[in-house]
Write a protein that binds this ligand. Sequence first.
Ligand SMILES: Cc1cc2nc3c(=O)[nH]c(=O)nc-3n(C[C@H](O)[C@H](O)[C@H](O)COP(=O)(O)OP(=O)(O)OC[C@H]3O[C@@H](n4cnc5c(N)ncnc54)[C@H](O)[C@@H]3O)c2cc1C
Ligand code: FES
Length: 288
Amino acid sequence: MYKILADQDLAPGLRLFRVYAPHIAQRAKPGQFVIVRMDEQGERIPLTIADQDVQEGSVSIIVQGVGKTTRQLGALHAGDSIATFTGPLGRPTEIEHWGVVVCMGGGFGVAPVFQVARAMKKVGNHVVTIMGARNVQLLFWEDRLGSVSDELYITTDDGTKGKKGFVTDVLKDFIDGERKIDLVFAVGPVPMMRAVARTTEPYGIRTVVSLNPIMVDGTGLCGACRVSIGGQTKFACVDGPDFDAHQVDWSLLMNRLSQYLPEERVSLERYEQEYRCQMEKAKSEIRL
Ligand SMILES: Cc1cc2nc3c(=O)[nH]c(=O)nc-3n(C[C@H](O)[C@H](O)[C@H](O)COP(=O)(O)OP(=O)(O)OC[C@H]3O[C@@H](n4cnc5c(N)ncnc54)[C@H](O)[C@@H]3O)c2cc1C
Ligand code: FES
């Protein structure tokens, strides 16, 4: 069992957990992830390693509640335990001295971007970070990203903080202003990563994205995380999750992500019903 040392609300639906896993904390590199199972019957879900503390022996994960397992995980607190916590998995992001690196994060993608931006800065790159969210309430780690970036830009869809619009609007401004960009690294929802790829492709700017297909075993054996890169089949868990954004078959990725929508909906409805029943039971016990 892997004990949760601390929990924190970052934004509505977004929670951070520090989990005691010293063997992973020691070995994890930026861009890698863990596969987590809440309990022995639980499904396995991949989550990026958002940070690690070797001294404490902890690994930080950030969970966005989108379906049954992420919501169930999001309801845990410090002192609770997670049944299995496997990692570090995946190939680490290529950290090199590229020159000017633009790191772009949306939603929970801000977490992997933090690790990568910090590592890119450490090897001497000029790091420009662009982070985006739907609104100001959903922004998190602005201070942490600011501390590892030479420049930080914020966008919100509704204009409640930073520039009104998408992260790609700021990127486009840079390109139109003929700013030197040697590498773009982007993590976030698939439509955002696809938009970044479409923005940089006509200019031949090297662009890397961290893909998030559905995963099961994380060992390259089950094929669940199959993606098509430059016409070749790759497994995101062992060949990625980072890939050349201009080579990704985005339609295939989107189709595969929505493959189990009906089952996911049923599973979430069941969970919410059970959760409501448990809350009602707890309330009536308190009243007795
Ligand atoms: C390498 C990797 C790293 C990831 N890192 C994080 C992270 O740090 N924090 C985090 O919150 N999530 C992360 N994800 C996504 C996370 O694994 C999924 O959100 C989770 O598996 C959904 O499980 P669920 O049972 O809660 O939802 P489900 O019921 O399985 O799905 C609910 C909804 O979410 C969508 N969804 C399902 N799986 C994914 C996915 N892999 N990516 C995007 N949307 C998905 C479904 O299409 C559906 O609409 C990562 C995924 C990968 C592959
Ligand atoms: S998750 Fe099974 S092959 Fe990648």
